[in-house]
Design a protein around this ligand. Structure first.
Ligand code: HEC
Length: 391
């Protein structure tokens, strides 16, 4: 994408009327050259004139952009040339460029964890176009659906509760999506109260317990924390200590050197993951995982793997007519046979006519209780190590 070399300007103008009038004159001069503008629009080039027009309209108070199609075209070109830039987003918000709502939604779901992505989502709410984010929750692309959930949790205000609470209860949805919905609203006290009620009534499904415990045990509200403590526990580690919440864990510092050793020994990670050519190919290659995941997401991936089963690593259980049952990743499937890779990294091939049952599993084949093998400090060390694995 083209970067614009342009001095910073204010998105909301507080300039005097005099300057405003000057800007209006500049604007009048430039937008008059219509043929030029049309040509530039076709090529989507941002001309020096565009930049001046953008600067001018930004300084005008109460300027109605709809009154000047050429000025609007210049602003649109400017915004599109570097979509998601701070100035661009400010222009969309200031001039209520509702025609860019789809682009905003596209941009936001690609950057759910960045300042710009979250800002794009909040502009959608300002433009009353949040339905574009809501639609993405139902997206076939799970990564996109989870991004939309996160954004709604971050920017939706009160509206996120009625939107996301039903998802948590919906058995028909993938576990990863339900966990993401819970986590997305888990920072809100009103959501925490509703989740706690489910916990006390024993109505919270097991697969959401880890996420619920993390949300409730790090509540700002003493009463919620205390009650959660009576009803929910984070799983115990190797030294029988309960796991601290993720909010706690991310603050701790580990020893990456120890972590590297533990990764290949006690932690058993290497039995499934490759790092720089060493290890098995059951899970994803982690050679650059530190560039992909935040420290928080790293802990979630390790401690609650089913919260983040990626599309390529869904596991299946296959039962043969002889009663053999095998669980693993789907490596290949043809008319004649199906091959699964087990958690031990062994590929098993079955002829189509011996398969009785073939079922997708809700859980990851990455063990759900790896923390049992490790002390808290060892876990922190492993995460410290994985965070060093960068591009
Ligand atoms: C039995 C196999 C297995 C073991 C053991 C295992 N993993 Fe995994 N891991 C997987 C699979 C499969 C995935 C793919 C996504 C999923 O299903 O969760 C995964 C995903 C991950 C991810 C997320 C990767 C991504 O691209 O988002 C991280 C991080 C991770 N594992 C770290 C670890 C660490 C650290 C250990 C050791 C403490 C470990 N794993 C042990 C199988 C395993």
């Amino acid at each position: 994408m083209r970067k614009l070399l342009m001095p910073k300007f204010r998105s909301v103008s507080h300039h005097s009327g005099l300057k405003g009038r000057f800007c209006a004159i500049v604007l009048g001069c430039f937008v008059g050259i219509a043929s030029d503008v049309t040509m530039a629009m076709q090529t989507q080039e941002v001309t020096a004139k565009d930049k001046m027009v953008v600067e001018a309209v930004t300084r005008l108070q109460n300027f109605d952009i709809e009154s000047s199609p050429p000025a609007k075209a210049a602003v649109l070109r400017y915004v599109q040339a570097d979509f998601g830039s701070e100035q661009g987003l400010a222009l969309i918000e200031r001039f209520k460029l509702i025609g860019l709502a789809d682009d905003l939604a596209d941009f936001a779901v690609k950057h759910p964890d960045d300042t710009a992505g979250v800002r794009a989502a909040s502009i959608l709410f300002t433009l009353n176009k949040q339905n574009l984010l809501e639609q993405r929750i139902a997206s076939e692309n799970q990564e996109e659906a989870i991004a939309a959930l996160k954004l709604i949790g971050r920017t939706g205000g009160k509206q996120c509760l009625p939107l996301l609470m039903p998802l948590i209860d919906d058995n028909a949805q993938p576990v990863a999506l339900r966990v993401a919905a819970l986590t997305a609203i888990g920072h809100r006290i009103d959501a925490q109260r509703r989740i706690l009620k489910k916990v006390i009534a024993k109505k919270l499904p097991k697969e959401l317990e880890f996420a619920a415990a993390n949300a409730l045990l790090s509540s700002r509200d003493d009463a919620i924390r205390k009650s959660a403590d009576e009803h929910l526990q984070l799983p115990a580690t190797a030294d029988s200590q309960p796991l601290p919440t993720i909010a706690e864990l991310v603050k701790r510092k580990g020893n990456a050197g120890n972590g590297k050793t533990l990764f290949a020994t006690t932690g058993t990670c290497i039995q499934c993951h490759k790092v720089k050519g060493t290890g098995k190919d059951v899970g994803p290659d982690l050679s650059e995982i530190g560039s992909k995941l935040s420290r928080e997401a790293m802990y979630v991936s390790i401690l609650d793997p089913s919260a983040a089963v990626s599309h390529n690593y869904e596991s299946y259980t296959l039962v043969t007519d002889a009663g053999d049952a095998v669980t693993g990743l789907l490596i290949s499937e043809t008319d004649d046979s199906t091959t699964l890779r087990t958690a031990e990294g062994i590929d098993r091939k079955f002829a189509a006519d011996e398969i009785e049952l073939f079922q997708k599993q809700p859980n990851s084949i990455m063990p759900q209780d790896l923390q049992r093998l490790l002390t808290v400090q060892q876990l922190v060390d492993i995460v410290e190590y994985t965070m060093t694995l960068k591009k």
